[in-house]
Each structure stands twice: as structure tokens, then as C-alpha cells.
Design a protein around this ligand. Sequence first.
Ligand code: HSE
Length: 405
Amino acid sequence: MKVAVMGYGTVGSGVVEVIETHADSIPKKIGGNTLEVAHILDLRDFPEDPHKDLFTKDFNDILNDPEVKIVAETMGGVNPAFDFTMKLLKAGKSVVTSNKELVAQKGLELLQAAEESGSNYLFEASVGGGIPIIRPLTQCLAANHIEGIAGILNGTTNFILTMMIEEGMSFADALKIAQEKGYAEKDPTADVEGHDACRKVCILASLAFGKHVYPSQVETEGITNITLEDVSYINSANGVIKLLGQIKYINDDQIAAFVSPAVVYNGSQLASVKDVFNAVLVRGDAVGDVCFYGPGAGKLPTASAVVADIIDCAKHTERKKIFGWGAGEEDYVVDYKSSIEMPFYVRAKASCAQVNAAFPDVKYLSRKGQPSDEVAFITDVMTENELTERLSGLEVINTIKVTNY
Ligand code: HSE
């Protein structure tokens, strides 16, 4: 069976490698057929690459090859990936992807195109890299009503935070190492400002609750305001800072979804997730809490998930998988700041007397080298709007949500 790969970057080259290194075992999983990479689309030249005869710069070579039934889109970005994917699906070819930006922005349209042509559009690699989460969420947990999801969904930021927590390393040095290891997006802003995690939240929320959630609906804050001082205070409270994507079911017409740094206490399964690893904790009414853990970025882990989707498509050439979600709504994702209650970590230039006047019940934190005019504390449970009101007279340095996962 002929397949094509669009985009020969970290993930795309990993897909070709995994197909080739597993050439003996894959046929046993797809009824004896072999997978053969017939075309690799990339605008760059790879003169030294052993696959140089397979390269093309013309998308039509893939679209018009009747023998290519499955295409892996590992280009990233919305354009031209959207145009290419739409044309392939309309032509009845199945497409698998690691492109979370495209799925989060255009998933609904692409799923509808796949539905109409009887092809498959699969994206296991778009959330959690190599971690199986899309299939478990839609198949293994299908009997549950999902109450909430909390995830460490970005390997780069988890790596940076781990280096800050465990090595006392600066943000900039840790980011540089993450980029060298190939974890970061081309533009690391998408990682450190939380946009990459936001896209993954959109995909999980859309799948879990059946309506498309768009990135513009998900309030997103990254990790660039986190300092080693915050790390140290939170360590004294037996916790760590993680970039979390959180999704909460409110009712059939409303959910909350947001991405932000969050204090996770050390008893949580999410607290021990370090380095580039990701974890997705799903709270179901029947199953309780289940946690999916593994490598969230990197060449071969992500390729593992893409190739699994190729194998799934190869098994479903005649029978389309029932998979996807419906249209979203404008007010579907609520303003969590007025509706979701939680405790908060606060660091401020203030006295305890000022804090006590504003908050009835707080737990003070301390750190080595703490200046005499600085306080840090964990509040009682409240909405973020109430927190902002109570903090109005204080010189706040930072606030961080505390999660109950
Ligand atoms: N830049 C992403 C991360 C890659 O660091 O998690 C995987 O989506």
C-alpha cells in the first residue's frame, strides 16, 4: 500500500524511519500488505538523504497518484496544510496528522470532508506526542460521562519548568536546550506562551464533549512570568508549577477550558511528570481518574502515533471510522474567571496585616532570601474575579492558579 508524507521535518522524517524500521512487522497488522513511502513533499532540498528519489515539491504528484491512499501531513501550520488536506480528503484519500494547529482551527471542516468522501482524518499524534490519548478518550472511555480533563500538554514548557525546579536553571538556558533537542515549535513563542497547549486543549475538549472548541475561546497564559522565586515558594508548600490545560464539564451547553501555569501538589499524579513527558488526566463518572503518561514531543515518539494512524487507515480502507465532533457555539466555553472556584498562589509586596485585611484565611509560604517587604501565600477557594477584587489594594508580583487534580 502506497503512502505519502508531506513535510520532512522532525516528525515527517521520523514517520519514514518508523515505517522502514518496522517493515517486517507492519504487514502482519494490516492483512499482509506492506507500507511503501511513494512520495515525500517538501520545498527544501535533501541531496544527501537516502530517499532523494522520493522527494517532490509538487503537491499534485501526491493528489494525482491513484495508488496513494493514505497521506501523513506533518507540515505543521494552517496553510497550506489545510488546502492540501481538504483536497486529499475530497479525493477520497485518508489523511493522518500531527498538526494540532490545523486540527484545532479547522478540524470540523476537515472531519466533515472526510465524512462526505468516506475517508478518514486521524490525529492521534496531535495531542501528547507518542501518548495514546485520542483513541482511549473516544473508544476505551466511551461509556463514561467525562467530568473534566487536566493535562501537561507541552513538552518544551514542562522541560523548562523541570530545569527551573530541579536545577535552578534560568528560563532562557532551559529553552535553548529544549530547542536543541528538537522539542520546541519552530517559533518557541507557541510553546512558552501556551498556544501549543491551547490547541491541544481544543482538540481534547472537542472530542470529549462533541462540539468544536476554537483556540480563541480558550483563555491562555504561558510560563514567561514564572520566576525561580515562585518556584521556591511553591516548593515550600510541597508543590510544583506546571503548565496545565484544564477542561471542566458544566452542562451539555457549557464547558470551561483554559491554559495556565498551575500549582500542583506533590501527591498528584501530574506532579511527578518531568522533562519532556506529558500526561493527560481524565476524570470519568464511571472510571474515576485515569492518567495517560509518556513522551509528549520528539521525532520517534510522535512518529509512533502518526504511523499507528496510518496502520489504522490501512485497516479501514473499506469502512470509515465513526470519529469526530459537531459544530461549536459562541457561548459554549464560559468565562471561567467568574464561574470556576479554586485557591490561588499570590506573591506581593505587602505586609501580613494588609493581606489579612483582604483575605480571611491564607496559608503563608516562605523562601530563602525572602525580602522583608515580600509575602507569598495560598488563598482560600474563590473565583479569579473575586481574587482580583481582593487584591486591588496590594502591589501584586504574581498570581498562579492552584489545581485540584
Ligand atoms: N512543541 C511541542 C511540545 C511539540 O513541546 O510539546 C509536541 O506537540
